[in-house]
Design a protein around this ligand. Structure first.
Ligand SMILES: Cc1cc2nc3c(=O)[nH]c(=O)nc-3n(C[C@H](O)[C@H](O)[C@H](O)COP(=O)(O)OP(=O)(O)OC[C@H]3O[C@@H](n4cnc5c(N)ncnc54)[C@H](O)[C@@H]3O)c2cc1C
Length: 358
């Protein structure tokens, strides 16, 4: 069994450390701040079926892993449902039809008029919606913390406050000292290029998001999101889409999508104002907390998984963009199998190699 260094204590790194340690590898995870310091601790918190067929197997594997995660993680056994909303009925109906054709397992159900409020009393009366059979809300940090606990329980060492970079052919360098490892898993989110020791490799970069947390007297029963999430990684995508996810009584109202770090305090009231168009109770809601962080977005919107060309023994788990909590554990499992020398080959459209060497 190899000695493996993992860089990054987000969902991807913590899940990989746990699965590696449970398989018998000697694992050290290096995290420069704290567990879930990045997007893995500041997201909206919903486990949701992706809209890219290439990543559906990662989602299905993740759900299975979440169901058995334990270590303080409360897996919602039933999906609470996702309502995709818009004011433009013909455009939304066309989107529903396309979703029904591509993902019949989501059973898209069209709602309009009185049916909308019957399904979801929190919604405004003049909104159209379709309901998808997905969406398991969880408190934002809970999954990553549970994976970190599980990694510790399996014998992984977790070094906090340790900024690591790949030391090619040797292991990792931390504070100028090299720590030997047979393999290195880089799961450093939007900072993956720097952790690889490269200033030019930009296959993954930041897509910043702001979320405002509120408590509503009668929060929505469903997760709700404005139509258009599938366009977010395309050129010309909107820089903000309404979403609301409620877990443990706290509703996360989001979210922005910008390459540059936003002014989170200024944007939070704007998110509520836009959201009130769909969920009127947001108009009077008091902001309890604002979260901002960067999603690791790849150039083609898909994860980068597996061996890094030109760097022997270095494997990546990154690039999940808005889907990392939903897909991260499945991705970690696929990469861990490769690190240990087994498992199925990673699909070419998800393989790190498609972007070349750093
Ligand atoms: C507003 C918002 C809402 C979201 N909502 C959802 C959602 O509802 N559902 C969903 O599935 N996804 C959601 N996401 C996306 C999801 O949060 C991310 O895709 C996921 O958390 C990325 O995880 P990661 O482990 O790859 O990276 P990160 O969480 O960024 O973790 C990387 C870690 O590496 C550490 N690090 C970086 N460089 C180094 C280094 N050199 N040495 C040591 N440590 C280092 C960082 O400190 C960080 O802790 C959302 C994201 C945002 C921003």
């Amino acid at each position: 069994m190899p000695d493996v260094a993992v860089i990054g204590g987000g969902i991807a790194g913590c899940a990989a450390a746990a699965l590696l340690a449970e398989a018998g590898a000697s694992v050290t995870l290096y995290e420069r701040e704290e567990i879930a310091a990045g997007a893995s601790g500041r997201n909206s918190g919903v486990l949701q079926h992706p809209m890219d067929p290439a990543t559906v197997p990662l989602y299905e594997a993740s759900l299975e892993l979440y169901a058995g995660l334990e270590h303080g993680f409360a897996f919602p056994a039933e999906a609470s449902g996702l309502l995709v909303v818009d004011s433009d009925a013909p455009a939304l109906a066309a989107e529903r039809d396309a979703t029904a054709a591509e993902f019949p397992e989501l059973a898209p159900e069209w709602l309009e008029g009185a049916d909308v409020q019957a399904a979801e009393p929190a919604l405004a009366g003049d909104v159209c919606a379709y309901r998808l059979d997905t969406g398991r809300p969880v408190p934002p940090r809970s999954a990553t913390r549970a994976w970190a606990e599980r990694a510790r329980a399996a014998g992984a060492r977790i070094e906090i406050g340790a900024t690591a970079t790949v030391a090619p052919g040797e292991g990792v360098s931390v504070g100028g000292r090299v720590h030997g490892a047979d393999a290195v898993v880089v799961a450093a989110g939007p900072w993956t290029g720097a952790a690889l020791g490269s200033t030019t490799w930009r296959a993954v970069g930041p897509l910043w998001g702001v979320v405002a947390q509120v408590r509503l007297a009668q929060p929505p029963r469903h997760s709700i999101e404005q139509a258009g999430v599938d366009t977010l990684t395309s050129p010309g995508a909107p820089d903000s889409l309404f979403s609301i996810v409620t877990a443990d009584g706290a509703s996360a109202v989001g979210s922005t999508f910008t390459p540059l770090e936003p002014d989170a305090a200024a944007l939070a009231p704007v998110l509520l104002e836009r959201g009130a168009r769909y969920v009127p109770a947001l108009e009077d809601a008091r902001i309890e907390h604002v979260r901002a962080c960067a999603r690791p977005r790849s150039f083609d919107g898909r994860p980068l998984l597996g061996p890094m060309p030109g760097l022997d023994g270095v494997h990546l788990i990154t690039g999940h963009g808005p889907w990392g909590i939903s897909l991260g554990p499945g991705s970690a499992q696929a990469v861990v199998e490769g690190v240990l020398g087994g498992g199925a080959a990673i699909a070419p459209e998800l393989a790190t190699a498609r972007f070349g060497a750093p």
